[in-house]
Unconditional design. Structure first.
Length: 309
């Protein structure tokens, strides 16, 4: 299929669904614009959260201002590809479906030609021209900076302009100029999300799945890695299991490590794992010893580099 124009996500967090007809009545707040991902998640119980996985309803998520490619449209939905999320499912990026209402076509997006502001808090706030709060933004949301005005940054948004407080973001001269952290920095980024409930397909600070968590903490430190655990295990620098260091990604497979990979976490150090386990649980740090994870540990990969500090 021919790829059309580039589109921008116009919701704080847009869930990428498996099909245009994957959503349920209970998912209403997740597919409106601007939508309310927090209200949506608060309305889900264990069973309806588990269905996102067991019924293969959700693929991944994308953040406010993130670029996607539109392949086709159907029934008010857009079949899209996420270029920033490498996947073996499609050579162009991660595929799925997003409500057309959560996308805007913007030709003058300045992300590649201006400095950028990256939300560096667990949750950020986008303010309107009257400095009134507009949208709650996820950690690692990236917006082009138009000007600095005291304690405020005037930023471009998918639908116009807005403001971010300087104390809630990191500003870089270019979207390609992000400082690269080391393994300990990846661990430190992840620690702030302890006790955040797991979300299948989650790629935001409203909820992460296992590989979304490792992807996002690496991204926060300047490393763009594949989206899913099995793809993450097929890239990066291979590390022997007796040589692992904090910030390395650890992979776990069925059949006591001999089967297919089903989980990834961040090595915390001292025999501990920092990870987002599964539905019904929250991000945690555990000792690997005498756990199912110790039996299933099958590989380690390093995406970080020594910073020389």
């Amino acid at each position: 299929m021919e790829i059309q124009d580039k589109w921008l996500v116009n919701a704080a967090v847009a869930t990428v669904w498996t099909s245009y007809d994957s959503t349920r009545e209970i998912d209403k707040e997740a597919i409106e614009c601007p939508g309310d991902v927090e209200l949506w998640l608060n309305g889900l119980n264990y069973e309806t959260r588990l269905e996102l996985c067991n019924r293969n309803l959700v693929q991944t998520q994308v953040l406010y201002g993130q670029e996607v490619l539109v392949i086709e449209e159907k029934a008010g939905w857009a079949h899209i590809i996420v270029p920033d999320q490498a996947s073996s499912k499609n050579s162009e990026g991660y595929p799925g479906w997003i409500p057309k209402a959560q996308l805007v076509n913007k030709q003058d997006w300045k992300l590649e030609e201006s400095s950028v502001a990256v939300v560096n808090q667990k949750k950020g706030t986008l303010y309107g021209n009257d400095y009134a709060p507009m949208i709650s933004l996820s950690y690692q949301t990236v917006l082009p900076v138009l000007s600095a005005e005291g304690e405020w940054l005037r930023v471009q948004t998918p639908e116009g302009e807005g403001f971010l407080r300087t104390d809630g973001v990191i500003q870089y001269n270019s979207v390609h100029d992000q400082t690269k952290g080391d393994g300990n920095s990846i661990v430190k980024a992840g620690e702030q999300f302890l006790h955040l409930p797991y979300l299948w397909g989650g790629m935001s600070s409203f909820g992460y799945d296992c590989s979304g968590f490792s992807y996002s903490m690496c991204k926060a430190n300047g490393y763009i890695i594949p989206r899913d655990a099995h793809d993450q295990a097929a890239s990066g620098k291979e590390i022997e299991l007796d040589q692992i260091e904090p910030g390395d990604l650890l992979f776990f497979a069925y059949e006591e490590g001999k089967g297919s990979i089903h989980h990834v976490g961040i090595y915390y150090g001292e025999g501990k794992l920092l990870h987002s386990p599964n539905t019904g649980k929250s991000i945690e740090i555990i000792n690997l010893e005498n756990t199912i994870y110790e039996k299933e540990l099958c590989a380690a990969r390093r995406y970080w580099q020594e910073t020389g500090e």
